[in-house]
Design a protein around this ligand. Structure first.
Ligand code: SF4
Length: 292
């Protein structure tokens, strides 16, 4: 892909010869393919979500919990044929879906494989787990390849998005992307406790950013009501590399509870909250190339 403009960074890298801002070239690179039990209950179910963690990231937030992937590009290159096989291996292990974690910058490389796998009877939902820093033209490419969007709305404030991700356009881009996701897959469908299609938007509550989290939650509920699920997350873990002072502390339980109470006061019923202990590091998977 010469002069890549796939994501809003539009860094122009010639991915046949070099890596872009996102850390990716023209090969699929992943760091883990295994069942994961700790997503929202309708995504993990009892058997686990078939998560495939991709290396690199076009947003690259300072506080990223998967820093070794998003900033250090840990992982190994796989062929499209191996990607296809991995999806069927996860299905054979009982995974209730295929969950593509931060695959935004690989869309043109993975979509033909996804379509092929679905035609060949993959038969479980495909989840696109994304930062939502996506251009509409990239989202368009996912037509008929994805059933569920598990999307972040990280910030509503351009200043916060600039401060932590050098992406002041994030709120505008992410809101437009989420609107498109909802148009594409429609209202949630859940069968046997497992989501078959729909959109879940995650709002991670971060220390020092409670007002912004509340603004995101209000925007989502005012705009979409029960047409989406809103997942209020309290699993923030301060990582060693963060530079901003407020990010160096854990999120206090009372701060998280205040945001949850706010969400409840709006009348949200299609929602998820996390129990105490969700910020334990044991929930961050090891990126040891298991299943790759
Ligand atoms: S997807 Fe990667 S290479 Fe392409 S424009 Fe974005 S950052 Fe650059």
């Amino acid at each position: 892909m010469p002069k890549c403009t796939l994501c809003p960074r539009e860094c122009g890298a010639d991915r046949e010869k070099e890596r872009g801002f996102c850390g990716a070239d023209n090969r699929i690179r992943i760091a883990r393919a295994a069942k994961h039990m700790w997503e929202e209950p309708v995504i993990s179910g009892k058997n686990g979500s078939g998560t495939i963690f991709f290396s690199g990231c076009s947003l690259a937030c300072e506080f990223c919990q998967n820093f070794v992937l998003s900033h250090e590009n840990q992982g190994i290159v796989i062929t499209p044929a191996r990607f296809y096989d991995i999806m069927f291996e996860l299905k054979a292990q009982g995974a209730v879906n295929i969950n593509l974690v931060t695959a935004d910058h690989y869309i043109p490389y993975i979509v033909p494989v996804l379509r092929h796998a679905r035609q060949d009877g993959l038969g479980i939902p495909v989840v696109f787990n994304t930062s939502s820093y996506l251009k509409l033209s990239a989202l368009k490419q996912l037509k008929d390849a994805v059933d569920i969007y598990l999307a972040d709305l990280k910030f509503s404030s351009p200043a916060a998005a600039m401060k932590y991700c050098s992406a002041p356009d994030y709120p505008q881009v992410a809101r437009a992307a989420i609107e498109q996701m909802v148009k594409k897959v429609g209202r949630p469908v859940i069968r046997g406790g497992i989501m078959q299609k729909g959109v879940i938007v995650r709002v991670l509550v971060m220390p020092g950013n409670l007002i912004d989290a509340k603004a995101s939650i209000k925007y989502l509920y005012d705009t979409y009501g029960d047409d989406i699920y809103i997942s209020v997350m309290g699993q923030y873990v301060p990582m060693p590399h963060v530079t901003h002072r407020e990010l160096k502390s854990a999120l206090s339980p009372s701060a998280y509870r205040s945001v949850v109470r706010y969400a409840q006061s709006l009348g949200i019923t299609n929602g998820f909250v996390q129990g105490s202990g969700a910020d334990d590091k044991i929930y961050i998977p090891e990126f040891n190339c298991e299943g790759v």
